[in-house]
Design a protein around this ligand. Structure first.
Ligand code: DQA
Length: 160
């Protein structure tokens, strides 16, 4: 900090999971793996400690709730960056695209599966152009890589 005091307040990364991701572990395990959402979140919280950021994980099956969570990043004490798996809304939701464009916090798009290797309708992401970057195809590791990118972006913001 400029006044010479040490800022011990950790910045928060919001890990936001969209529709159907609450079913992870049981949902099409050949594609999405056997990890449950809670086990992925727990591992991300541990990785967050290593990276010096607090991890807040949320899941919703409702588009509006995801928009609200993104808008809240602008509130006092709101998340400094977002790791977002928007599920199928990735391919369809202009409202989500506009919410990401509207907020200051960088958003990292993540997918468990390699969407480019699947059905043609999954090849296009309507949110990719307004995200800081995209990571797909590494299973639960996609989230961990997304969290590392988020922590890096936060550090760069803090030192600029
Ligand atoms: C997904 C890919 C999307 O196409 C799909 O609709 C999902 C999950 C993934 O993590 O691989 O729900 O985002």
């Amino acid at each position: 900090m400029r006044d010479g005091t040490i800022n011990t307040m950790k910045k928060t990364v919001l890990v936001l999971h969209g529709p159907n991701l609450n079913l992870l572990g049981a949902r099409e395990p050949a594609i999405y793996g056997r990890d449950t959402l809670e086990s992925i979140n727990a591992r991300l919280r541990t990785l967050g400690e290593e990276l010096g950021v607090a991890v807040e994980a949320r899941q919703s099956n409702h588009e509006g709730a995801l928009l609200d969570a993104l808008h809240q990043t602008g509130a006092a004490g709101g998340a400094a960056a977002v790791v977002l798996n928007a599920g199928a809304l990735t391919h369809t939701s202009y409202a989500l695209r506009d919410a990401i464009a509207a907020i200051a916090a960088p958003v990292i798009e993540v997918h468990l599966s390699n969407t480019q290797a699947r059905e043609a309708w999954r090849h296009h992401s309507v949110i990719a152009a307004v995200c800081a970057g995209s990571i797909a195809g590494f299973g639960a590791l996609s989230y961990a890589l997304g969290l590392r990118a988020a922590a890096q972006l936060i550090n760069e913001q803090a030192s600029s």
